[in-house]
Design a binder for this molecule. Structure first.
Ligand SMILES: *Cc1c(COP(=O)(O)O)cnc(C)c1O
Length: 458
């Protein structure tokens, strides 16, 4: 079969797709290996047609590269050494082993997802996680949907379609990933009534436009940006006096601004982040938030508040289209129970958030000892996911000064070992606040190897 030494007709030295595929071993299904082999063979044919040389081994090597690339694009774990706690591109927040066990238990067989076992009749998938989350933040009722964007869309469509919704111009924001408040409102079929200015919106601005056609007053947590200086916004308490129900898109899902699940009380970096419980206490009729930001659970959108308003929301046809699946509901139920038990501090998000800088510093020191040129340094982590903009979390990490010319190469080498780090000019920084201690060894090896791999050309 091999005709690597047949330059007379390089096309004839191209191996068959099957032969190439059978020499690949990337742990991928055969059909995907065939796809990679075909890509390599087609490319070789093109080269041959152009008069270029084609060697059997080169074709196999090309196919192997394609298979490796494909395998690397599969969804898989990475080490988050960026110091961004809620990292949307890296899957937002990790789930705990007990949360995953709850998901496994509910999903590996059948469950009472929509069935009242005692009564032998149909139940509702909102009876579990939705009701528990409502209880955990002091709301009358709760509903879980696919994500917070869906929650906002659904609430607007169900309660305000064809009618007016008042929003401050300072809150017409875009959240990462293309969630733009005006566009979501347009999709929901509601009429946006903008009030105030970018930096200041007073109660009187709202009051001037409230009318019989006002369905809701919407307050959006600006999440990923912060205005400082000459700014004014109207708190929920005051908005409730206007008459129409006040809906708050609180975004990050900090269940209680007092963080009773953290022994030291709320950390400084959480200042200004609205608590769901506090929004409700202030009189919000409904509050929506994400399940996978500061709540620390799986991707979901949660709507909590008045039962009489949630009822039509749950019955709206869109609710069916954006409903949460059983894996999400099982995970979220476990998270809600953790909050109710006062044990939310054990959720990975809050464990990471609460780690002391001394502890992080000690870990950084141990890693640095194993990596030539590395040192333990103080760093600044952030909440991420659009929460607490402008605030940083004191942290610690491992830093290696490699110089501006080499920094990108080191980061690339780290990524090729599934470690995502960050850089500050010529220094590579691995922040340990977001790294599970069980990954410290792996991080140390990856960093040493990345430095080694990039030192040759330097
Ligand atoms: C993050 C966020 C959203 C979008 O939530 P997803 O769960 O990502 O859909 C909407 N509104 C606010 C204020 C947010 O912070």
């Amino acid at each position: 079969m091999r005709e690597t030494d047949a330059p007379a007709d390089s096309r004839s030295s191209i191996p068959s797709v099957e032969v190439v595929a059978s020499s690949l071993d990337a742990g991928l299904p055969h059909a995907l290996l065939v796809q990679c082999a075909r890509g390599a063979v087609d490319a070789a044919r093109e080269r041959a047609d152009g008069g270029g040389p084609v060697e059997h081994d080169a074709v196999v090597a090309d196919a192997r590269r394609r298979a490796a690339d494909l395998a690397r694009r599969l969804l898989r774990p990475v080490v988050n050494a960026t110091g961004v706690l809620v990292h949307t591109n890296l899957g937002r927040v990790p789930l705990s082993a007990p949360t995953l066990e709850a998901i496994r238990a509910a999903a590996s067989g059948y469950s009472n997802l929509e069935y009242r076992v005692d009564e032998g009749r149909r139940g509702s998938r909102d009876e579990h996680a939705g009701a528990l989350l409502a209880r955990a933040c002091g709301a009358e009722a709760g509903l879980v949907v696919n994500n917070n964007a869906a929650a906002v869309l659904l609430v607007l469509a169900a309660l305000a379609r064809g009618r007016e919704v008042i929003v401050s111009r300072g809150e017409l924001v875009e959240i990462g990933g293309g969630f733009r408040v005006p566009e979501v409102m347009a999709e929901s079929g509601t009429r946006l009534v903008e009030v105030g200015t970018t930096n200041r919106t007073r109660w009187a601005d709202y009051q001037a436009v409230v009318g019989p056609d006002t369905a809701l007053v919407l307050k959006v947590h600006a999440s990923n940006y912060r205005m400082v200086g000459f700014v004014e916004s109207t708190p929920v308490e005051e908005l409730t006096v206007l008459g129409p129900p006040v809906v708050v898109d609180a975004g990050s899902g900090l269940l209680d601004a007092a963080t009773p699940w953290l022994s030291g009380g709320p950390p400084a970096w959480l200042a200004g982040e609205p608590g769901i419980r506090q929004c409700l206490e202030a009189g919000a009729a409904l509050v929506t938030f994400s399940g996978d930001k500061l709540l620390g659970g799986p991707q979901a959108g949660v709507i909590v508040g008045r039962a009489d308003l949630l009822e039509p929301v749950g019955r709206h046809p869109l609710a069916r289209a954006v409903r949460a699946d059983k894996l999400t509901l099982a995970g979220l139920q476990h998270v809600a129970l953790a909050y109710l038990a006062g044990e939310a501090g054990r959720l990975p998000l809050w464990e990471m958030a609460a780690r002391t800088t001394d502890d992080l510093r000690a870990r950084a020191g141990r890693i640095a000892e194993r990596v030539p040129g590395a040192e333990a340094v103080p760093t600044e982590a952030v909440a991420g996911g659009g929460s607490t903009p402008g605030h940083t979390i004191p942290s610690a990490g491992v830093a290696v000064e490699v110089g501006g010319a080499r920094v990108a190469a080191v980061l690339t080498e780290l990524r090729s070992r599934d470690v995502v780090a960050r850089a500050d000019s010529g220094t590579v920084i691995c922040d340990l606040r977001t790294v599970d201690p069980v990954d410290d060894d792996r991080l140390a090896s990856a960093l040493a190897a990345a430095l080694e791999a990039t030192s040759r050309g330097a």
